[in-house]
Design a protein around this ligand. Structure first.
Ligand code: GTB
Length: 212
């Protein structure tokens, strides 16, 4: 079966690969798995048909052989369990890789999304300018700890895993902030991920939606 993923028909990032379907596309590309896309307009997201797939009216979704999944991390985990290449076979190493997936979405991503929300939805509020340095400091604390862990390694554990894939997708959302660029170990880490053939393929596929 070829899975179908639900994606934005026109992502607000205009093809920069910042929406969360990018992680799913990248995981599938790393595994050499073809997929179809179901491009959704914003107006489609809250339709009952879509909410039956994604209870919160969001993308990405994933459908394959009767299985309907939501949550990008859960989808990537499912793909990584179904194909070789994104999770180690050793049980302990596999558990470490999964821990990094959770770290990406539950320790790094929330502070990053809080900054995005402040800029996008509260940009006009008179407290935002004062709050931004606090949000940046919270993010930098996480980035410094992550960089200290990474040190001279290429990846979070021995080999590239779904943990790196999720972490790099989360870090990419800071591209316009300059915060990752300020931590060379992390800037290099993100660049290593972006240079992987799987990333290049996935990035081109999501960008193609903006070709017309
Ligand atoms: N926890 C869920 C997951 O990981 O799957 C979160 C899914 C989610 O936030 N989806 C967003 C969505 O559908 C798109 S990715 N939003 C519509 C809605 O909630 O109504 C978030 C996103 C969107 C756009 C950019 N961008 O343009 O830069 C970046 C990230």
């Amino acid at each position: 079966m070829i899975p179908t993923i639900g994606v934005f028909a026109r992502s607000p990032d205009r093809g920069r690969g910042l929406a969360r379907d990018m992680a799913v596309r990248w995981a599938l590309a790393e595994c050499g798995q073809d997929y179809r896309i179901d491009p959704l307009a914003f107006a489609d997201l809250n339709a009952p048909e879509h909410k039956a797939r994604q209870p919160f009216g969001q993308i990405p979704t994933y459908e394959d052989d009767g299985l309907v999944l939501f949550e990008s991390g859960a989808i990537v985990l499912h793909v990584a369990q179904a194909h070789p290449g994104l999770l180690p076979t050793d049980a302990a190493a596999r558990a470490r890789a999964v821990a990094w997936m959770f770290a990406a979405v539950s320790t790094l991503e929330p502070v990053i999304v809080e900054r995005e929300t402040a800029l996008l939805l509260e940009g006009d509020c008179n407290w935002t300018a004062a709050r931004l340095p606090l949000l940046d400091a919270r993010i930098m604390r996480r980035l410094d700890d992550l960089a200290a862990w990474l040190g001279p390694r290429d990846w979070l554990e021995c080999d590239f895993t779904a943990g790196d894939l999720m972490m790099i997708c989360v870090l990419r959302r800071l591209a316009s902030s300059g915060l990752v660029a300020a931590v060379p170990v992390l800037a290099d880490y993100v660049a290593r991920g972006e240079a992987r053939p799987g990333f290049v393929t996935a990035f081109a596929a999501q960008r193609a939606l903006f070709a017309g």
